[in-house]
Design a protein around this ligand. Structure first.
Ligand code: ADP
Ligand code: MG
Length: 263
């Protein structure tokens, strides 16, 4: 990813779509996230990195409302969402992706995407009972499958897909919701080199016109896709900037010293 404000022909805005202020999470006497101020710019591809135990998952779970903050606020488009229920986030345009369980193995690929389309945007099921609408729904599902490299395979059962393709299918079901903000939790975890390249290509494409916040260990992927990186260590922001900036920061290097997942 080259530095600068342009990404995929789309201007990265200076305006933040997501912002945390003084975000703090304590588990009993242990503070896993301490006073974190973070801004994710609209149409940016932002990575959250840091050594194991830094607090990445905790931070992510606060944003996706799986955990409730001890202190601080989470603002989405200026609205305080720090107490909003997780189930309401998709309606606001926020989608957490790559939870492989979101794929229904006994349904076909087409049925999986169709189901996501039917749930997205609050469209009622009855709308799709009309035949024209049903055809439109199928066309849209086919086109989403094609977008993630699964075109023409709609009739296959999802359960038989190899792992990498399952992740591509899950991306299609996420895109069906037309999210404005996608939250990705280690999208490359468990994938082989070939699948990593393929999923990274898909994410790059999917990121155009959207905002993505991603926790990811694979630094090649982070360097390639992300225009902004926040490094967490011991629950606090250690550094922030482009990949070139943070990877040359002595404090960041120090925080990773002796680790197998070094940047
Ligand atoms: N539910 C919990 N209860 C107590 N401690 C927790 C809990 N979840 C995470 N922690 C602690 O918070 C710290 C940060 O964990 P985590 O957010 O999983 O880090 P990362 O994802 O960066 O590896 C760790 O020390 C971890 O042991
Ligand atoms: Mg984690």
């Amino acid at each position: 990813m080259s530095p600068g404000r342009e990404r995929g022909g789309c201007q990265v805005s200076d305006e933040s779509i997501l912002e945390t202020r003084g975000l703090t999470k304590a588990f009993g006497g242990f503070t896993a996230i301490k006073d974190v101020d973070l801004k994710v710019r609209r149409h940016g591809f932002h990575a959250l990195i840091g050594p194991n135990g830094a607090g990445k998952s905790t931070f992510f779970n606060l944003i996706t409302r799986f955990l409730t903050p001890t202190e601080g606020t989470i603002l989405y488009k200026g609205q305080d969402i720090s107490r909003v229920k997780a189930a309401r986030l998709p309606d606001l345009g926020i989608l957490r992706s790559f939870q492989i369980s979101a794929v229904f193995p006994r349904l076909t690929l087409l049925e999986n995407v169709r189901l996501a389309l039917q749930h997205g945007k609050g469209v009622s099921y009855r709308f799709w009972q009309n035949e024209t609408s049903l055809n439109e729904l199928n066309d849209r599902a086919e086109s989403l499958l094609a977008d993630v490299g699964l075109g023409g395979r709609g009739a296959e059962p999802a359960g038989t897909l190899p792992y990498g393709s399952k992740r591509a299918l899950e991306l299609a079901t996420t895109l069906a919701f037309e999210p404005e903000l996608m939250l990705l939790d280690e999208p490359m975890a468990g994938l082989g080199t070939e699948d990593i390249g393929r999923i990274a290509d898909l994410l790059e494409k999917a990121s155009h016109g959207r905002t993505i916040l991603m926790v990811e260990h694979n630094m090649h992927v982070v360097a390639r896709l992300c225009d902004r990186i926040t490094v967490l260590a011991r629950g606090e922001v250690l550094a922030e900037g482009t990949y070139a900036e943070v990877s040359s920061d002595p404090r960041v290097i120090e925080s990773y010293v002796g680790r197998s997942d070094a940047a």
